[in-house]
Write a protein that binds this ligand. Structure first.
Ligand SMILES: [Zn+2]
Length: 447
């Protein structure tokens, strides 16, 4: 305890402006917190850091990290692993030092830092120094080996937001201020001496934003907590309800209603009609939700919910976006998960059948003009190659052998009764024989 008191006294002596050792207030939330990380307020838009000059004093930014400007642009990342929207020191390095020049001496009320990563790059570990820049021996850019306290800086706080257990994935905020709300002092310069969060070579924090609050600025604007954008639509005949949640992709709200909804309204009922089976009723409500945590997956279906990748869709609006949704609606109608509830000894439907059906519908019924399932390379012409290749195979069997094949194939899969011998029952040929015959058609350029 004694030494703590001494340190405090030493700080007071070094800088009369510093009234007390600063407090660190931490805020944490999971990736969908929208940077509402109580008790730390959401990031500020027009704080003193917005006009400040940021520079790297020591260390190297990672090749995938943007410049320091991301730290005071008032824009937050939208995904939990988004290198392009965060500043971070080079992978494998031990961290570095970031300098902030506020342009003139201001009465600093507080400093807040925000970061976000789904794993160990979420937490923050740094020492915060401040200076008014007036000391005779002041060094504005002390390198790693130099203790800033020896050249005109005071140590305001040591920040460490790492949890006791777990890797700390999620959104982090740290605010350095005085508990009694008294300003930290009059400063022009800040120095963040940043350490990586672990020895892991991917242990450098994804810093999203830095705020510096001026005690004289009374009305700071802050980012608005994410507003939910959820629209409900009922089909004209009242049979179906569609819900589109574009909270995570506000820019796609209009496109979703004007362009995507008509496709949904036309094709969902068509899919229901195309894929019937005895006693089966397809879901009468489907939810489409844009998400930003899907990695490289463009879309997927689970039950009656379809997840759409918020980062992927904008580049695909005129290309794959609509067809991709038709494919996923196919899965909602298929509902092959159901076989386990309705059949005591369900047979597994192979993935190539499930995916092949959805891609057949997509490429041959919804958008045949795109020629998206044309088999370019004969070497790929395997009936069970799944997705569009199987789609091509199914289209050939339906046209050449059995126009009711889709219904039969679907019903067998949904009821947990699919097996290979059914192909022979339906067409008189084994699936292997059909595959060979279809491959010949591919070779002859007929497919
Ligand atoms: Zn699929």
């Amino acid at each position: 305890m004694k030494s703590a008191i001494l340190t405090c006294a030493a700080l007071l002596a070094a800088s009369p402006a510093l009234l007390a050792a600063a407090e660190v207030t931490k805020g944490f939330g999971p990736s969908d917190s929208g940077f509402k990380l109580d008790p730390v307020l959401p990031p500020a838009l027009d704080d003193a850091a917005a006009k400040a000059t940021f520079s790297i004093i020591d260390g190297q930014k990672d090749g995938a990290s943007p410049d320091l400007a991301v730290l005071n642009d008032g824009k937050m990342p939208v995904g939990e692993d988004q290198p392009s929207a965060n500043f971070f020191f080079a992978n494998g390095s031990a961290g570095g030092r970031i300098g902030v020049d506020l342009g003139s001496v201001i009465d600093v009320a507080g400093v807040a830092t925000y970061s976000w990563h789904r794993q160990g790059r979420g937490p923050q570990v740094y020492k915060l120094y401040a200076a008014d820049g007036k000391a005779k021996d002041f060094n504005a850019a002390p390198k790693n080996g130099t203790d800033p306290k020896t050249c005109g800086w005071v140590l305001l706080a040591e920040v460490d937001t790492r949890p006791k257990t777990g890797n700390g994935g999620g959104q982090h905020a740290a605010e350095v201020s005085n508990k009694n709300r008294k300003p930290l002092g009059e400063f022009r310069h800040l120095l963040f001496d940043v350490s990586r969060t672990s020895d892991d070579s991917f242990g450098n924090t994804f810093f999203s934003e830095v705020d510096v609050l001026d005690a004289k600025q009374s009305d700071v604007q802050r980012i608005k907590p994410l507003e939910k954008i959820v629209k409900n639509y009922k089909s004209k005949d009242g049979k179906f309800r569609y819900i589109i949640d574009s909270t995570k992709a506000p820019a796609l709200t209009e496109w979703s209603e004007k362009e995507l909804l008509p496709v949904i309204e036309e094709w969902y009922p068509k899919l229901v009609e195309m894929l019937p089976s005895d006693g089966y009723r397809a879901p009468d409500q489907v939810t489409f939700e844009y998400r930003d945590d899907m990695g490289g997956t463009p879309a997927y279906a689970a039950g009656n919910r379809i997840a759409l990748s918020a980062p992927w869709f904008p580049g695909q609006l005129k290309r794959e976006a609509k067809g991709c949704v038709v494919h996923e609606m196919g899965h909602v109608v298929q509902n092959y998960w159901r076989a386990r509830q309705t059949n005591r000894q369900p047979k597994d439907t192979p993935g190539w059948v499930t995916e092949g059906i959805c891609d057949y519908i997509r490429w041959f019924l919804f958008e045949p003009q795109s020629n998206g399932a044309h088999v370019r390379d004969v070497g790929q012409a395997k009936y069970d190659a799944s997705y569009r290749i199987t789609g091509n195979f199914l289209d050939w069997v339906i046209k050449e052998k059995d126009k009711d094949l889709l219904k039969k194939l679907n019903a067998s899969a949904r009821e947990g009764k699919y097996e290979e011998k059914l192909w022979k029952d339906w067409t008189g040929k084994t699936v292997q024989e059909l595959g060979d015959e279809w491959k010949k058609a591919v070779e002859e350029g007929k497919r």
